[in-house]
Design a protein around this ligand. Structure first.
Ligand SMILES: [Zn+2]
Length: 102
């Protein structure tokens, strides 16, 4: 008889070590969400015990803590329009809107 496949593998992480690793990975970097090519600016959001984790500045939704590779560090310049505005950068004229705005 074969063993059952665990549907929700248990990952035990030390929060302080994990947060420290995230800071090392994302310091002075931008980030990608999943397999997207869009590069977002990084902000640090409060997690637990006054620890912080990286997140997209534009508040683009994603799930997880980043421990499963949901977000990855990037060295490229920010390409997300919302993040660019957050950083106070002018809109990239090469990036067009999906539909005309009034
Ligand atoms: Zn963004």
């Amino acid at each position: 008889m074969s063993e059952p496949i665990p549907l929700f593998p248990v990952h035990r992480i030390d929060p302080e070590v994990f947060a420290e690793e995230q800071h090392r990975l994302f310091a002075d970097r931008r980030l990608h969400i999943g397999r997207s090519d869009v590069v977002h600016a990084v902000v640090w959001v409060e997690w637990i015990n006054s620890l912080t984790l990286p997140a997209p500045a534009c508040h683009q939704g994603w799930s997880g803590l980043g421990s499963g590779g949901e977000i990855t560090p990037a060295r490229r310049a920010v390409t997300c329009r919302k993040c660019s505005r957050f950083l106070g950068e002018p809109d990239d004229p090469a990036q067009t809107t999906l539909f005309p705005l009034p």
